[in-house]
Design a protein around this ligand. Structure first.
Ligand code: ZN
Length: 259
């Protein structure tokens, strides 16, 4: 049943008693101790969660207060996803009502548009949990960078993740375009994508290992470096209010590796 009921809904029911007064909200102090999901994964690959317990009710704001706790919460969610214990997105009526007037997302994630990398699903997060920005190959432009800035500065997420992924089609297309010198043939704004991703491909030229995988990792680092140049993001990181992390999603396993 774990996979059929979200943990947050279960917690709300438990904290609300047998009558399940989920919509009325409950004090976090009243919640029972809950074993972190990662501990329930057989042969779990992640250490137990430390820090605050998960929210005790659908109306409780995020218990995450810093970037390290936010990252742990994301990785716990990914461990559930990998193990098939995912909570099917916390998208129930109670949660929808709870976040309708205010949001307290705990992380901003910049990922690729790839249909196999839906950010909320692979981190097993629900309504109001994440600010998700997606572009092909995490390519930056004014709107993408501005959206990321909105997440960290206006919505105050303590964590920003740039997530590359295995067999990224955007970077593969960039490799092919550069190899064939067909960039001028790219129609519309696709050329902008190729031009934006090209430095990562050039950076890994001649290096050992799989060229595409190398380019994905190089691209994540280049995107992080550019985001750090933002007058909004850079100072937040320097002040300790924001943690920046690069990561890699493995299509074959569903696992997210933090760089
Ligand atoms: Zn991609």
């Amino acid at each position: 049943m774990w996979s059929r009921l979200s943990r947050r809904r279960i917690l709300g029911l438990l904290a609300g008693g047998a009558t399940g007064a989920v919509l009325t909200g409950c004090s976090g102090d009243a919640s029972p101790e809950v074993t972190p999901a990662a501990e329930q994964v057989a042969g779990g690959t992640l250490p137990p969660t430390t820090g605050p317990k998960p929210p005790a009710s659908p109306s409780a704001p995020s218990a995450v207060v810093d970037g390290n706790q936010a990252l742990r919460r994301l990785l716990d969610g990914n461990a559930r996803f990998v193990a098939g214990l995912d909570e099917e997105l916390d998208e129930g009526i109670a949660r929808r009502v709870a976040v309708s007037k205010a949001q307290h997302p705990f992380a901003t994630v910049l990922g690729c548009i790839d249909s196999r990398v839906p950010i909320e699903l692979i981190f097993d997060q629900g309504l109001g949990d994440l600010v998700v920005v997606r572009s092909a190959g995490e390519a930056l432009d004014h709107s993408v960078t501005g959206s990321v800035e909105f997440g960290v500065a206006e919505l105050h997420t303590p964590l920003l993740v740039v997530l590359g992924h295995q067999r990224c089609g955007a970077l593969d297309a960039t490799i092919k375009a550069l190899d064939s010198d067909q960039r001028t043939a790219e129609a519309g704004e696709l050329r902008h994508i190729v031009d934006t991703l090209a430095p990562a491909v050039r950076q890994v030229a001649g290096k050992p290992g799989d060229r595409l995988t190398n380019a994905v990792h190089a691209n994540v680092e280049l995107v992080l470096a550019k985001l750090r140049q933002s007058p909004v993001i850079g100072p937040l990181e320097k002040s300790g209010k924001l943690k920046l992390v690069g990561a890699y999603y493995e299509l074959d396993t569903g696992k997210v590796h933090v760089n």
